[in-house]
Structure formats: structure tokens, C-alpha cells
Design a binder for this molecule. Structure first.
Ligand code: SF4
Length: 404
């Protein structure tokens, strides 16, 4: 990086300071957001008008030397002008040789698309499944959790921005081929593998290969996703997933455009497609003060979910805490969260939880028929389970989930 330019951290810190001080909303994120374009608040991407092929090729060789070798990517086609068009996510980046997509992990070589992060996660941890949060899969078990660097959105409140907005070569990455990931999960006593922390769609090929091996070893697969994936790759992945947890970040195109740098419609399509499969669907919405906490809009969102996904899925309404580029906002008030939960229950949703409020009664699972507590929790801890053979122990009501 040239000496007279900001480092990544300095740039973000300065952006935060400016945004926080003068209350500018969205200006950085409203650039470069049309489908088919690459580049998104990632200063080191080559710009359209000054793309330097030789420099990009040299950079790729350096990345390879650092251990991020090119692995064939799925889901791409040749654009009419000969460039490579990635068809994995609704961004549809069109790339020149050695140019990277907006996610920063998929790169066009001279006649094919490659991924730089196959087998190279930057975060690996063993987490309680409740931490995802996933409440309808083997409560009290642990999930072998992994992520690579990069992301295809750029949410202004991202809690993992240090890795989601980083280039792979900027992170300390593990060498973890799929078979070793599965072996490690088994040897650590995990019951599932969770693709999480950043957006797993960006490491699609790696995730798919692990999913296939995990299934054979009786491990469950959990994808924690923003749902920004095209329907063909999603349909190929769904048979291997046990839980698809989708971040439905808001319910207006404006929110997605201004706060996340994406579009709402593809996320709704993902939910509709997943609802046609056998996967357990969970939905999480972070309630961000002044941005997506309007009760009328939330009501419409809940009604859409009831109509298009169903009533017996888990919904998590999560408290926002100031972070990344939204440090100028207060945390979500409990009153707002509780009003949102009431609205979701009124719309007909049966399992509505509040997130990031440890100790709140809405962390527990209640039987939708008899109303008794069937799973007691405190934060990520499971305190009691009253589900037997998939049914409420008190009244026999079937409870959707994977319980044993
Ligand atoms: S997955 Fe990455 S390269 Fe492909 S379209 Fe999406 S952002 Fe672009």
C-alpha cells in the first residue's frame, strides 16, 4: 500500500468519525451498488477506468505465494465481451483477468473463475449451537464453526467487519481441507458444522464439499447466511443443509441499499426457495434504531413470513449494539424489541425469540399449544428441555426441529 494512503483501519475509523459526527447516512454505501458491478467500499479494488492488468496479475502471484491458491469456482459464465461473469450471487460481478469480485475472494483468471479461500478459513471455533443462534437443532450441543475472509454485502453494523471486509491475504488463515474440518468436528464431539461469522455463500465450493462429507459422518450442517445467493446454487446446496438461518435484515429496498449495500428481493427469493425444501428455516432480524424499527414495516415483514415461509419457524429479533459504522446510534430499547415480538406473535408466528438480551423470558421456547416452557435458556446455556420424541412433554404437540 502506498505510504500516502490510509491503512484499512484508519480509513474505516475516519469514515466512522465523519459519519458519526455529521450524521451522514448511506453516502459511502450508495456507490457502486448496481448488479453487475464489482467494487464496494473496498479501496484496494482496481477501479474500472484504471485497471492495471499486469499489476493485478502480479498481485495474484503474491496472493498465491501467501498460500491462497486458486481453486476452480462454480457458477460462472462468459459475458458477451469475453469477461467472466460470476452467477453465484445477485451481484453478478463481471470481471477482467485477475480482477476480484465484490466479495474479494472470487477472482477471474484468463479463462475461468477461481476461489481463493477453498480450505483457508480465517476463523475456526467450537461454539454452543445456541450462539448462532439456532434453537431448533440438538439443544446444548456444539457446532464446529468456520468462516473465510470476505463478504458480498457491507452492512454498516457488521459485528465481524474485521474479517468480513478484509482481503483473504490480510487475515491469518488456517489450512483446513474439508476432510480435516469434518475429522476435527468429530474429534471435538461436535454435532454439527456451522458456516457462519461472514457470509458462507462466498466460500460456496468449500462449504458444499464439507457439507457432503459431514452428511456421510452424521454431522448436521447449519448455514448462517444473509440469503444473498442465486436460486440455482442454493438448490444444489439445500439437500445437504439441516438448518438455513437467514438474516432478513429489514423489509425495505431502501434499508438494504443504504445500510447493507444490497437488495431485499433476492433474500425474499431465497426464503421462498428454501420453504419448498425440507431444510429448517430460521430468520433473524437485528432491530436497528431509526433504520428498521418501524412497527408498521415489521408487521408487514411478519405477515410476509407467515404467508411465504410458515408460522412454525424460529424468528429472532435481536438487539442492536453500536458498532462499526453505526456507532452513533443507541442500543435498541427493550420496549421496541418487545413491541416487535408482540407484533410477530399477533401475525401468527409461533416461535419468536429476543436476542442479545440475556435473562429475558423470550430466550425460552414455549409450546405453541399449551404455552408451557419446553426449553429453558440463559444466554447460550440450556437449562431445561421438556421435549420428548419431538413433542411437547406436557401436551404432546409436535415441535418442529431436530431433537435427537
Ligand atoms: S459471489 Fe462474489 S464474485 Fe460472485 S457475484 Fe457475488 S460478489 Fe461477485
Amino acid at each position: 500500500m502506498a505510504q500516502n494512503r490510509f491503512s484499512r483501519r484508519e480509513f474505516i475509523e475516519k469514515s466512522c468519525a465523519i459519519l458519526g459526527t455529521v450524521g451522514i447516512a448511506g453516502t459511502l454505501f450508495e456507490r457502486n451498488m448496481k448488479p453487475g458491478q464489482s467494487g464496494f467500499l473496498k479501496k484496494s479494488e482496481p477501479k474500472e477506468e484504471n485497471f492495471d492488468f499486469e499489476k493485478a496479475r502480479k498481485k495474484f502471484k503474491e496472493i498465491e505465494k501467501a498460500g491462497f491458491t486458486a481453486h476452480d469456482a462454480m457458477y460462472w459464465e462468459k459475458a458477451p465481451d469475453g469477461r467472466i461473469k460470476c452467477t453465484l450471487c445477485p451481484t453478478y460481478c463481471i470481471l477482467r483477468p485477475y480482477e476480484r469480485g465484490r466479495c474479494h475472494v472470487r477472482l477471474s483468471l484468463e479463462n475461468r473463475l477461481a476461489t481463493l479461500v477453498y480450505g483457508r478459513p480465517c476463523s475456526v471455533a467450537i461454539d454452543p449451537i445456541e450462539k448462532k443462534p439456532v434453537f431448533n437443532l440438538l439443544p446444548g450441543s456444539t457446532a464446529f464453526s468456520l468462516a473465510t475472509a470476505g463478504c458480498l454485502l457491507g452492512c454498516r453494523y457488521c459485528q465481524n467487519w474485521q474479517i468480513s471486509q478484509a482481503l483473504p491475504e490480510e487475515t491469518d488463515s488456517y489450512d483446513l481441507p474439508p476432510e480435516i474440518a469434518v475429522k476435527s468436528a468429530l474429534s471435538e464431539g461436535c454435532k454439527s458444522i456451522a458456516y457462519t461469522y461472514t457470509e458462507p455463500t462466498i466460500f460456496y465450493e468449500y462449504m458444499l464439499d464439507i457439507c457432503k462429507l459431514a452428511k456421510k459422518s452424521n454431522l448436521r450442517n447449519v448455514m448462517v447466511s444473509c440469503g444473498y445467493i442465486n436460486s440455482e446454487p442454493l438448490k444444489e446446496l439445500l439437500p445437504y443443509l439441516d438448518v438455513l438461518k437467514v438474516d432478513l435484515k429489514g423489509f425495505t429496498e431502501k434499508f438494504y441499499r443504504v445500510v447493507c449495500g444490497g437488495r431485499l428481493e433476492p433474500v425474499l427469493n431465497t426464503l421462498k426457495t428454501a420453504a419448498q425444501s425440507n431444510v429448517l428455516i430460521d430468520i433473524v432480524t437485528l432491530i436497528v434504531p431509526t433504520y428498521n424499527d418501524d412497527l408498521e414495516t415489521l408487521k408487514k415483514m411478519f405477515e410476509w413470513i407467515v404467508k411465504n415461509v410458515g408460522t412454525k419457524i424460529c424468528i429472532f429479533l435481536t438487539r442492536f449494539h453500536p458498532t462499526f459504522q453505526l456507532q452513533n446510534l443507541p442500543p435498541t430499547s427493550l420496549t421496541t424489541l418487545e413491541a416487535a415480538r408482540d407484533s410477530a406473535l399477533k401475525a401468527g408466528l409461533k416461535f419468536v425469540y429476543l436476542g442479545n438480551v440475556p435473562g429475558n423470558p423470550a430466550e425460552n421456547t414455549f409450546c405453541p399449544k399449551c404455552g408451557k416452557k419446553i426449553i429453558g435458556r440463559l444466554g447460550c446455556q440450556v437449562l431445561s428441555i421438556a421435549i420428548e420424541k419431538g413433542k411437547c412433554k406436557f401436551c404432546g404437540e409436535p415441535i418442529p426441529g431436530i431433537w435427537e
